[in-house]
Design a protein around this ligand. Sequence first.
Ligand code: UD1
Ligand code: MG
Length: 448
Amino acid sequence: MSVALIILAAGKGTRMNSDLPKVLHPIAGAPMLHHAMATGTVLDPAHVVVVAGFGADLVTASTNAFDPTARVVLQKEQLGTGHATAQAKDALKGFDGLAIVLFGDTPFLRPETLEAIAATTADVTVLGFEAADPGRYGRLVMEADQLARIVEFKDASEAERAITLCNSGVVAAPAPLMFDLIDALDNDNAQGEYYLTDLPRLARARDLSVTVVQCDEAETLGINSRAELAAADAQFQRSARIQMMEDGVTMMAPDSVYLSLDTIIGRDALIEPNVVFGPGVTVESGATIRAFSHLEGCHVSQGVIIGPYARLRPGTELAEDVRVGNFVEIKNATLAAGAKVNHLSYIGDASIGEASNIGAGTITCNYDGVMKHRTEIGARAFIGSNTMLVAPVSVGDEAMTGSGSVITSDVDAGALALARAPQVEKPGMARKLFEMLKAKKARQSRGS
Ligand code: UD1
Ligand code: MG
């Protein structure tokens, strides 16, 4: 059956104390909303509808960044989860597959759990969990194998509050049925809201079947505060590292490695302590990322060694066996196989050919204060230490630059470019200067 996901993301998240909508706060380098959308991809949904409210423009931009085909609908006033879901009705007009409601602030749902929900034969399916501390969750009231109703904590009797089987918030039903039931909702309850959780009771009144799929409590964890956000990130990091190690990545000190939702690291790669993987990083098999390196938006090929203390910024593409050493920053640059930038350099908006060697302290001067310009270096070139490459500029294959050169015009293949003041030597001058300076100091200390 084809699936539509409805992701509720209209709430402000007051306890975040933030101008940013709650669902856009990041866990592992990606907004919580993207975690929910990423889990949803397992069902290959025909439609994804995000219900936005607070900060809708930002939520729309973020939704489209993940999936340009996703629709965003507006819930002007937050009148409850049922009312929020109703906003997706027009976007799903004519769709008669399964509609599944997810929360944008619940990032840990497993794809397998979504598959189990999609696989039931019941008319309405609710995802529940056994809560260690049921707190303020909605309670699932069972009658035999059917879910009779969900009662919200604020509306529950003492006996109902004693129930430990709780509502995660995820509800699934064929879209026409879901919107039909939602039309029948009222807000006659403790919070004066249209509760999505009234759907099971309405379905049972029509003699429809309502089933519960259960998951682990950790999967339904919702984020409400910055402290919970940090705890959720820590939980993500723990499980992502374990998964990577199971996939064959060596981590010398896993607790000190920070991963993003989309980090890809190949088998037999070695990750030293204190490495940060920002969004958009792919590291291929057998590469080594040495300690204290920071990577984002880059591709690192087999056999490459990075760091220690290297920074790879977006648009960095490193071919096989490249070396990037300590205190080197690379941005929007392509390094061909075997190229080396080993010490204290900045390489930005550049391409460097095969097996070229970039000397210590080299800088591509890519910014003129207004615009960015490119530096092109050919294959097997040798850039002397402390060369300033003032872009736009190119250096041909097998060319050299002398140390300390400021290169402002193109260097032909095979040529040596020297662009620095010639050395001048004055015999005996140093000794003379020392004597003058020592005499001056002696006069000063006598107070004359
Ligand atoms: C909800 C459930 C409760 C369940 C709990 C699990 C209802 C009525 N209650 O309660 O049974 O145990 O989740 O965490 O559904 N939202 C909107 N628009 C609205 C209201 C909410 O988009 O008008 C969004 C929120 O941004 C949030 C989600 O829906 O992502 C859940 O809303 P929230 O207010 O947190 O519901 P709970 O009170 O936690
Ligand atoms: Mg909540």
